[in-house]
Write a protein that binds this ligand. Structure first.
Ligand code: NAG
Length: 143
């Protein structure tokens, strides 16, 4: 039952945060970059069709099941009008990746919620390479 904040890049101040309950977890995604990104989302549940646009400085809240697993969030950058992206492209020519992953190199925020021992697991992984800075921050007092 973590309340999580995903920061894509690292400067700036926090905006409003959403809350979690017993059955779901809310993830706040902040685009701290000065440019537009298109986050992609994959996992055992695919919120928001698996992708959306975030202008520089914008944030979005994703609600996922407490039990979300094999989950990844990454940023697509430099997308044109046909959603051909310089990094992280999910090869569908759509804003929503519908469960498809991103083409490396991409920095990944990885999650397994309510996993082994009822623990929440999360990490930033460079196993698929690196495109932009990513930070995951649990919000104190909510777990
Ligand atoms: C967490 O996982 C345990 C073990 O699988 C399950 O019994 C429990 O219902 C889960 N909790 C939630 C909130 O899904």
């Amino acid at each position: 039952m973590l309340r999580l904040m995903l920061l894509l890049a690292v400067v700036g101040s926090a905006a409003s945060q959403c809350s979690s309950d017993g059955n779901s977890v809310c993830i706040n995604i902040y685009n701290k970059c000065p440019f537009t990104i298109w986050p992609g989302v994959q996992g055992s549940f695919v919120p928001n069709g698996g992708g959306f646009k975030l202008n520089g400085g914008e944030s979005k809240q994703l609600r996922v099941p407490n039990g979300w697993e094999s989950a990844r969030i990454w940023a697509r950058t430099g997308c044109d009008g046909n959603m051909n992206c310089e990094t992280g492209d999910c090869r569908g020519n759509t804003e929503q990746c519908n469960g498809r992953g991103g083409v490396p190199p991409v920095s990944l925020a990885e999650f397994t919620l309510n996993g082994t021992g009822a623990q929440d697991y999360y990490d930033v992984s460079l196993v698929d390479g690196y495109n932009i800075p990513v930070l995951i921050m649990p919000i104190g007092g909510t777990f």
